[in-house]
Design a protein around this ligand. Structure first.
Ligand code: A2H
Length: 314
């Protein structure tokens, strides 16, 4: 279903405690999973293989983490994340995913009791992802859930239930960022979760300005000032003629008033995207002076290797 040509990077934005009430139940449900892990792995501890014990500890600690997964086409811009967009009215689900699988020989546990050495035991960690149900289903066909085509849902809610939540995201210099409302998010694209990079995305900059300029808009969705006001676009990519905050430049030049200024935003995006891809130069530490098109894949792969992102197709 829906698996076609488009590759997205899903950026794992970790939900920080205290969890919102609609997600508190997942902790209990995940504890069950943690206990299972414990019994599965217990025999290995008696084998005193230290590396196995470390794996067990990792599994144990990883068991509870909940991530909002944001679909992006621009992994190289993750240095400039300032918040996470969700739609207040669309339904989201939280579900268990399996991302780390460790195969261990079954006979190592059973010793001489087991003659067949070809059996392996699968251990899996229990991270929880949050996205639309549709994206979760697609993921279940991309080897991200325990059983193909099956989604193990631990909670259901709407965007408003997880509005104003603190998150930690990879690569950005802001240690804590927040979930904020964006009304133009489409339910049938990506994961329904969008990471915000106002320096390079006119949509993101316009939506952030809406929240900054309009206190009633913030209070309508119960967003506190400190979740919005301290966050400024970060210069991460230099584009000739557009500068180091290309989206800000385009939105101001075209006098875009809000996130609903559809036509002008389309024009702004045209101004910024192609030129950004072909002529953009990174400014961030470790990639200074490199071209966007040369580092896009490297940055994506690095985030995946560090556990900060996964690849998703639709
Ligand atoms: B992009 P395409 Cl810096 N609804 O990520 C609305 N927009 C969504 C979405 C949804 N359900 N899912 C993903 N998106 C956004 C970064 C970025 C993005 C930058 C610049 C341009 C850009 C930070 N936001 O997108 O229709 C996500 O925003 C330019 C189009 O599948 C995602 O990448 O082509 C992009 O739209 C996917 O859009």
């Amino acid at each position: 279903e829906g698996v076609g040509g488009q590759e997205y990077t899903l950026v794992k934005m970790k939900l920080l405690e205290p969890y919102p009430s609609k997600l508190r139940c997942t902790v209990v449900k995940c504890f069950k999973l943690k206990k299972n892990c414990f019994f599965y792995v217990l025999p290995f501890i008696f084998l005193q293989k230290h590396h196995l014990m470390i794996i067990w500890l990792c599994l144990f600690l990883a068991g509870q983490d909940i991530y909002l997964v944001a679909a992006t086409l621009r992994p190289e811009t993750m240095f400039g994340q300032t918040n996470c967009w969700i739609h207040p009215d669309i339904p989201y689900v939280a579900y268990k995913v399996r991302l780390l699988h460790v195969f261990l020989p079954y006979d190592a546990i059973m010793g001489c009791l087991c003659a067949n050495k070809k059996h392996y035991m699968l251990m899996q960690n229990g991270e929880v992802f949050v996205s639309t149900r549709r994206a979760a289903r697609n993921m279940s066909y991309q080897e991200m859930t325990a059983d193909q085509g099956k989604v193990d849902i631990v909670a259901q809610f709407t965007g408003q239930d997880i509005m104003g939540c603190p998150l930690s995201a990879p690569l950005t210099e802001y240690k804590v960022i927040y979930t904020l409302p964006m009304l133009t998010i489409k339910e049938d694209k990506g994961t329904g979760v969008v990471t915000s990079v106002p320096s390079d995305s006119p949509d993101d900059y316009a939506a952030l300005c809406d929240l900054k300029r309009k206190p009633p808009f913030r209070s309508k969705y119960r967003i506190k000032d400190e979740m919005v006001l301290p966050f400024e676009p970060v210069p991460i990519i230099e584009i000739p003629e557009l500068g180091s905050l290309a989206a800000v430049f385009a939105v101001e030049k075209l006098k875009i008033q809000s996130q609903n200024d559809k036509d002008k935003l389309a024009e702004a995006k045209e101004m910024v995207y192609l030129k950004g891809f072909y002529e953009g130069i990174l400014l961030v530490k470790g990639f200074e002076g490199q071209r966007v098109q040369d580092v896009k894949k490297t940055i994506q792969q690095q985030m995946v290797a560090d556990g900060g992102a996964v690849i998703y197709m639709e």
